[in-house]
Design a protein around this ligand. Structure first.
Ligand code: NSS
Length: 431
């Protein structure tokens, strides 16, 4: 009997007898013929049971199958164009491995809270598996992109003493007799590593005690943060548009079935190629006001502003050089307009909002100290970070791309909670 590593490989075993293990996705019976759709994580396949060809015990066991029972099937592989996946199994034997009574998720509409409470089971649905496969592809593509370009991956701490993006939204934890904070960003450590290794990236979970309940905020999310020595803000944006186009390209190349299954409009994604349009912040404000926004010069863009921009442009659009007061302390003052800093946000089209925040870093020691003090941050916590400006300061830039927001955009999910296996949000720590 053939050893098959999974349903995905059945094509190499046509005519052979195989054994498969997996979970029951559906069953149906037509008189003396019965069907089971089996899922094993690599694919799905239909098993066909003919009453006259199996013993009464197998037929009886088949009749008792319920949703999500784990089973072992033995049978012959046949080509069958009409079956999902293109093959079917002529079942000879069936063993029940793990019964499943009253599976909570039924083939009907459930509300989002119910599904999130059952996330550990919801993940088994075809839709959720398709999203996880796209996420898997995006994460692998991120690593490939940077590895192929000579970037060094640097894993930065999650328990930190320093603050990252500013005092608000920090998770504090006991650290023996002291306090520590869960990292909001790996950037500051990434800057130190860039002086050692040139071009680096960090890739890991980051934490923000976001009190806002929106479609785009998690309290724990994954971020990739490249940091490049000798890159200015322009070089930085060029790398961002290359990365984002590459990620979309990889999803189109290797996850087309999943995207189609999810009903994604693929023609929209095919337009995502460099270069992306760039808007100075001031021009963006004027454009938004023309489109009815109440935004005033000086404030960050709101979610409705991002939606407006995302509907004007077909590609992701850069909004660059924001007013100082709207952005983090580490961004470099813009020599052309010192009211602003050299930074960019990348806004995805179709209302999916900001997926990247990036900037050139302030490399002047005195200006950086002044910015930390202006923002009321504790200077002592930044001792080591200031050393990077004391010992061989250097032009450098970097950015952070949120994995969940990127996957939400690529898969077309309106809420990012479906793009991470176990979302953490305000009021949600279970399962
Ligand atoms: O706050 S960011 O805009 N920028 C940083 O954290 C910098 N330290 C990055 C850097 O330059 N190295 O966040 C970057 C991205 C943002 O565009 C989103 O895509 C994502 O991180 N992000 C989030 N995703 C999900 N949930 C929340 N709460 C969230 N906050 C940011």
């Amino acid at each position: 009997m053939a050893v098959v590593s999974g349903i995905r490989d059945l094509g190499a075993h046509v005519g052979e007898t195989v054994t498969l293990r997996g979970w029951v996705q559906t069953t149906r019976t037509h008189g003396k013929v019965a069907f089971v759709v089996l899922r094993d994580g690599t694919g799905i396949v239909q098993g066909v049971v003919l009453q006259k060809e199996v013993g009464p015990d197998v037929w009886e066991r088949f009749g008792a199958l319920t949703l999500e029972t784990s089973i072992e099937l033995r049978g012959t592989v046949r080509e069958e164009r009409r079956a999902p996946g293109g093959y079917e199994i002529g079942v000879q034997d069936l063993r029940i491995l793990g019964p499943s009574h009253d599976y909570p998720i039924q083939p009907k509409e459930h509300g989002p809270d119910f599904l999130l409470d059952h996330r550990h089971l919801w993940l088994r649905s075809s839709q959720q598996r398709a999203i996880m496969l796209v996420r898997n592809e995006v994460e692998k593509a991120i690593v490939d992109f940077f590895y192929d370009r000579g970037f060094v991956r640097v894993d930065t701490p999650i328990l930190t003493g320093a603050v990252g993006e500013g005092g608000a939204g920090l998770f504090e934890v006991d650290y023996f007799d002291d306090k520590a904070y869960l990292a909001q960003t790996g950037q500051l450590y990434g800057e130190a590593a860039a002086a050692a290794l040139g071009k680096i990236y960090t890739f890991g979970p980051t934490f923000r005690a976001e009190k806002s309940k929106t479609r785009r905020h998690l309290t724990e999310f994954w971020m990739v943060e490249p940091e490049m020595a000798w890159y200015d803000s322009n070089d930085n944006m060029r790398l961002q548009e290359e990365l984002v186009s590459y990620l979309v390209g990889r999803a189109l190349e290797r996850c087309k079935n999943e995207l189609e299954y999810l009903g994604r409009d693929i023609s929209r994604l095919e337009k995502v190629t460099p270069p992306f349009p760039r808007l100075e912040y001031g021009d963006a404000v004027a454009l938004l006001q023309q489109h009815g926004s109440e935004i005033q010069w000086g404030t960050d863009l709101g979610a409705p502003d991002e939606t407006i921009l995302g509907s004007i442009y077909e590609k992701p659009v850069f909004v660059m050089n924001y007013p100082k007061q709207a952005k983090a302390f580490y961004m470099k003052e813009n020599p052309a307009d010192p009211r602003t800093v050299l930074c960019d946000d990348l806004i995805a089209p179709e209302g999916f909002g900001e997926i990247i925040g990036g900037s050139q870093r302030e490399d002047d020691l005195d200006r950086l100290v002044a910015r930390i003090q202006e923002q009321g941050l504790p200077l002592e916590a930044y001792g080591w970070y200031l050393d990077l400006r004391r010992y061989g300061t250097f032009v450098h830039s970097g950015f952070g791309l949120g994995v969940e927001r990127t996957v939400a955009w690529i898969t077309g999910r309106p809420h990012i909670r479906e793009t991470i296996p176990f979302p953490r949000m305000l009021y949600r720590l279970y399962p």
